[in-house]
Design a protein around this ligand. Structure first.
Ligand SMILES: Cc1ncc(COP(=O)(O)O)c(C=O)c1O
Length: 362
């Protein structure tokens, strides 16, 4: 174990475009994070000897009210090791048809774990229907796959950052638990959900067995997610992390930024939510633009351009005006507010959108 002595370059964070609203993952580390990284006390985490990683894992587990947690490089890997821990080969995962795990994680659980997806309809606000989940859980018969896990997502990305309340999650968890099936939450943005509800993240996590949460989104850390649950589950997730090649060595360097993220970046999330609301209201006021304003509950805004305007044309028009937005395919276009988006950026983005919507025709 040693203490890194490199001097922190506390440079102000920059983004690759003037106003990058594609995702909250584009945030770059704060000066405090860069200092903490430079000064991090580290060791070999595969020997369990990195004190900064250990501190981060303990702090996260305590925040979420779980026995233990394991640090992983990404949200995708966090969900993967959780599903590997819950399911044997051939065991089924029940999850929403708009879930991140289904859409954006390369089918990793199916490809690497032999875990088939049993996709259920996702409600407008990201919830699964408990009765539908109850029907989807397999009875015990030799010909049926065993149901290994039910997954929920909070906040729900493709639904526009919508929030599931503890009561909504409980309804699904009760039907799963009644049949002996654990519930995993893809809580990549659980801190946004907690901020929107005005409750502690532990009050949300209490409804599920295991949770994955990202440090590298609204909390602005450069890398990393955590997966929390019981001691037994976390031991299995740690084994899964090694299996998929994600075990790390002096990871305290990045865990140090994660600790700053948890200490300093959670309380400011309501600012992102207020700006997303302003952005959504401004977009909805533009002729022909459609925004489901009820789904704008946290830091994500999804909108559809006026009829006759293609998504690529809108993206190009916005980029020409210094504003980056992302194509969300069947859902529309996505904008995400974050630490590096201030009030002036919202005003500029809205002016650019007004200009583009008036001008771009395909
Ligand atoms: C809901 C959700 N889950 C999981 C992830 C995966 O996180 P990562 O990009 O760190 O793999 C994301 C990423 O955007 C997400 O939005």
């Amino acid at each position: 174990m040693f203490v890194a002595t490199a001097t922190a370059t506390a440079t102000a964070a920059t983004v690759t475009a003037p106003i990058d609203l594609r995702s909250d993952t584009v945030t770059t580390p704060t000066p405090a994070m860069r200092r903490a990284m430079a000064e991090a006390e580290v060791g070999d985490d595969q020997y369990g000897e990195d004190p900064t990683v250990a501190r981060l894992e303990r702090r996260f587990a305590d925040l979420l009210g779980k026995e233990a947690a394991v640090f992983v490089p990404s949200g995708t890997m966090g969900n993967l090791v959780a599903l590997l821990a819950h399911c044997g080969r051939g065991d089924e995962a029940i999850l929403g048809d708009e879930s991140h795990i289904f859409w954006y994680e390369s089918g990793g659980a199916a490809a690497l774990g032999g875990i088939p997806f049993n996709l259920r309809p996702t409600g407008r606000f990201g919830a699964l229907d408990p009765e539908d989940v109850a029907r989807a859980i397999r009875p015990s018969r030799p010909g049926y796959p065993r149901t290994g896990v039910v997954c929920v997502e909070n906040t729900h990305n493709r639904c526009g950052g919508t929030v599931l309340s503890p009561a909504q999650i409980r309804e699904v968890a009760e039907v799963a638990h009644a049949r002996g099936v654990p519930v995993h939450m893809d809580g990549a943005r659980i801190f946004n959900a907690a901020a929107a509800l005005g409750i502690a993240p532990a009050a949300i996590a209490a409804e599920v067995d295991t949770v994955q949460a990202c440090l590298s989104k609204g909390l602005a850390a450069p890398v990393g997610s955590l997966v929390a649950g019981s001691d037994t589950f976390v031991d299995a997730a740690r084994r899964g992390r090694k299996l998929v090649g994600g075990a790390m060595r002096q990871a305290g360097v990045i865990a140090a930024a994660g600790l700053v993220a948890l200490d300093e970046m959670v309380a400011r999330l309501p600012e992102d939510h207020a700006r997303a609301r302003r952005l959504a209201d401004g977009l909805a006021a533009l002729p022909g633009v459609t925004v489901d304003l009820d789904t704008v509950q946290t830091n994500i805004v999804i909108f559809q351009p006026p009829a006759g305007m293609s998504a690529p044309a809108v993206i190009a028009g916005m980029a020409d005006r210094g504003v980056r937005v992302s194509d969300y395919g069947t859902r529309g276009l996505r904008l995400v507010t974050h630490y590096q988006i201030d009030d002036a950026a919202i005003a500029t983005a809205l002016a650019a959108a007004a200009d583009v919507m008036a001008a771009v025709r395909v």
